[in-house]
Design a binder for this molecule. Structure first.
Ligand code: SF4
Length: 191
């Protein structure tokens, strides 16, 4: 059964009322959510609230965009709620005056080069040591950046210092080793 509309609040309410009255499986989604950016936010709010309430058996994200993007957003919503683990999760800071590396570029390159990777690994990329050490240790692997370099962390332990120029390659090399060894997913609960 599917009860969908483009209004997020009406959608949530209609599905909530229906789910209270029956156990019939529900296919949920925000229809005609709009372009990729705004539509993803609407879908995340609408689906996220329903899924958190335990409502929804299958999901659909409807965007005015490439259908591949719809699938990515759907996976991201499920992953954010801990309902599905698939692919790399990047934890990165919003940057501030303390930043000493080109963090947006580092994150962009990592995201680009890990596109399509299904390994359930949490990667922390932080701009300075203030919050970086804690986040990097909580992740499977991470970069705690500072002074045009970074400390590369893996499974909670510092591995080595790497320069800004080589940090992306070094991070990806360690992720490749994790994949080959089958030892990964500490932070995502895979292992
Ligand atoms: S981790 Fe450092 S650079 Fe990033 S937002 Fe926090 S204080 Fe700023």
């Amino acid at each position: 059964m599917s009860i969908k509309g483009s209004d997020v609040l009406q959608n949530i309410e209609a599905n909530r009322i229906f789910a209270e009255k029956t156990d019939i499986p529900l296919h949920i989604g925000i229809t005609e959510a709009g372009p990729a950016g705004k539509g993803s936010v609407k879908s995340a709010v609408g689906l996220g609230i329903l899924l958190y309430m335990g409502i929804g058996d299958t999901v659909r994200v409807s965007l005015t965009a490439d259908p591949v993007e719809e699938v990515k957003v759907a996976y991201q919503i499920l992953q954010s709620l801990g309902l599905r683990r698939r692919g790399i999760e990047i934890i990165s800071c919003p940057t501030c005056g303390r930043i000493e590396v080109n963090l947006p570029e580092v994150v962009r390159k990592v995201e680009e080069r890990l596109e399509g990777e299904t390994l359930p690994v949490k990667v922390a990329i932080m701009g300075c040591v203030v919050n970086a050490i804690g986040e990097a240790r909580e992740a499977d692997i991470g970069l705690a950046c500072g002074n045009k370099s970074a400390i590369l962390f893996k499974e909670g332990q510092p591995l080595r210092r790497v320069s800004e120029d080589e940090m992306v390659d070094q991070l990806l090399e360690e992720i490749k080793k994790m994949k080959e060894s089958g030892k990964y997913g500490r932070a995502t609960g895979k292992s």
